[in-house]
Write a protein that binds this ligand. Structure first.
Ligand code: NAD
Length: 259
């Protein structure tokens, strides 16, 4: 049986672990070929080997990419385009959070770093990726924002601002592509707390069980999310099931934003 994304060729950033790795596994299981890009090259190489042994040679390719570096983006996209035989999907997932403190504590360097990794990445990925997607229509761009891009808190000024920027940049890209007459969609996903290493600082502070219980109590469904639950949303947005969905935000947050 053909998978839901059979024939799709998807470039994923931050694919060495966490949500990026879960999306790569889910996409490969549903028939896509994947280019795995990360600053952690050893991590993406290992995952590429895993996927190639599970789903056949040339299912996955690994690239070293710092998403803040324009030259590295240009080189990685070109290499992936050759290896995959085109690129029809782009997942801008790489991102960082930090224990920033409030606006009076966060340094300007810290703020710029968050904006650079979380926002420059999406700008550069779309700026240099659209031309490949245009040659492989229908194309789809999925940007991983956060529920923290829609709802603020008092301690994460850089994370809040950067993820809000990803939200509206996704819509800008959607309208740009539509205006150009391209069948290239752009949407954002907004997860709440998901079980990945990004939560480790909180786990280290309170211990794993207490940290996850504390976070889970903030979510109407009563728990933190699983990486596969974000992968499911990404697979939908990268598949032809969402052919008429662009400029949308998909909240995968256990109901937190409904409050
Ligand atoms: N897990 C959550 O609770 C959660 C919630 C909302 C949004 N998000 C977002 O989801 C995305 C993935 O998060 P995660 O939980 O998997 O985090 P993670 O820390 O487990 O993984 C992030 C990956 O990005 C890579 N990365 C970091 N900086 C990079 C750079 N400059 N260039 C290339 N790769 C880089 C890391 O090496 C790592 O493999 C992030 O954008 C994050 O903000 C996560």
């Amino acid at each position: 049986m053909a998978g839901r994304v059979a024939g799709k060729k998807v470039f994923i950033t931050g694919a060495a672990q966490g949500l990026g790795a879960a999306m790569a596994r889910g996409l490969a299981a549903e028939g896509a070929k994947v280019a795995l890009a990360d600053i952690n090259f050893v991590g993406v190489e290992k995952l590429a080997q895993e996927l190639n042994s599970s789903y056949g040679a040339n299912t996955a390719f690994a690239y070293e990419l710092d998403v803040t570096d324009e030259g590295q983006w240009i080189a990685a996209l070109e290499a992936a385009n050759t290896a995959l035989g085109g690129i029809s999907g782009l997942v801008n997932n790489a991102g960082i959070s930090s224990r920033e403190g409030g606006i009076e504590e966060l340094s300007l360097d810290g703020f710029r770093r968050l904006m650079s990794v979380n926002v420059d990445s999406v700008f550069l990925g779309a700026k240099h990726g659209i031309k490949y997607l245009a040659k492989n229509q229908p194309g789809s761009i999925v940007n991983i924002s956060s529920i923290a891009g829609l709802i603020a808190n008092h301690t994460s000024p850089g994370y809040n601002a950067s993820k809000a920027a990803v939200w509206l940049l996704s819509k800008n890209i959607a309208l740009y592509c539509a205006k150009k007459g391209l069948d290239v969609r752009s949407n954002s996903i907004h997860p709440t707390f998901i079980d990945t290493p990004i939560l480790d600082p909180i786990r280290n502070m309170f211990g794993k069980d207490e940290a996850e219980a504390k976070l889970g109590r903030q979510v109407p469904l009563g728990r933190i999310g699983k990486p596969e639950e974000i992968a499911a949303a990404a697979i939908y947005l990268l598949s032809d099931e969402s052919r008429f969905v662009t400029g949308a935000e998909l909240k995968v947050d256990g109901g937190i934003s409904a409050m």
